[in-house]
Design a binder for this molecule. Sequence first.
Ligand SMILES: C[S@@+](CC[C@H](N)C(=O)[O-])C[C@H]1O[C@@H](n2cnc3c(N)ncnc32)[C@H](O)[C@@H]1O
Length: 197
Amino acid sequence: MTRFFLYYFCILIVRFCRMIIHFFRYIVSRTNPRSYFVEPIDGDYNFLSSPLKTFNRIMSDDVVPSFDWFVDVGCGEGLVGVFVALFKRKRVMLHDHQVYLARVVRWLSWGLLIPRVMVSTRMCDAYPSKSVFFCVWTSWSLRNRQRVVDKLASVFPNDSMIVSVTHPVDHESFILVKKMDYLFAWGSANVYYYKHA
Ligand SMILES: C[S@@+](CC[C@H](N)C(=O)[O-])C[C@H]1O[C@@H](n2cnc3c(N)ncnc32)[C@H](O)[C@@H]1O
């Protein structure tokens, strides 16, 4: 519990520092000297976290099998993964294509001695059996999602599950087991549970 709150506290500090750095970088490089509006974050780079209460309910569904590994594809600030590592005591693999986010999650988990956490910017070429893949790709572009679905299809172990938020996974390698509706910070969203075909 203490380590989770410390992790959360450090993430808040990182967010604050990032905001300050971005503000000064923006002041220096803005094209219109009379405007302080910043370009909106691209959907593929938005890193809003899933509410932990919602996440807990999603993972408590009967259809989720007992698992050894939790894989967050697009982990953002890693809060969900760290929660699983500390409270569910499972091994977690966190991926985010934003190098800076992957570094923050890796360094904080090392620094706070959070066990069972692995972080990488790219997906692996193989995953252990009994894994649950969690994909919160609400804002991702279709192209980005399709690339990750294709990759998932080639590395997905037989006895594993995909939990997909907002978008269904259209691929013959996966069978839809259940569809639910949950409340996220950005409103309600469909949650799809898939197993191997
Ligand atoms: C909304 S956040 C999800 C945060 C986290 N999964 C959660 O539920 O709290 C989406 C993250 O996906 C990452 N992302 C987008 N495309 C990706 C890709 N192709 N591979 C890995 N990460 C990706 C973004 O950088 C962003 O941090």
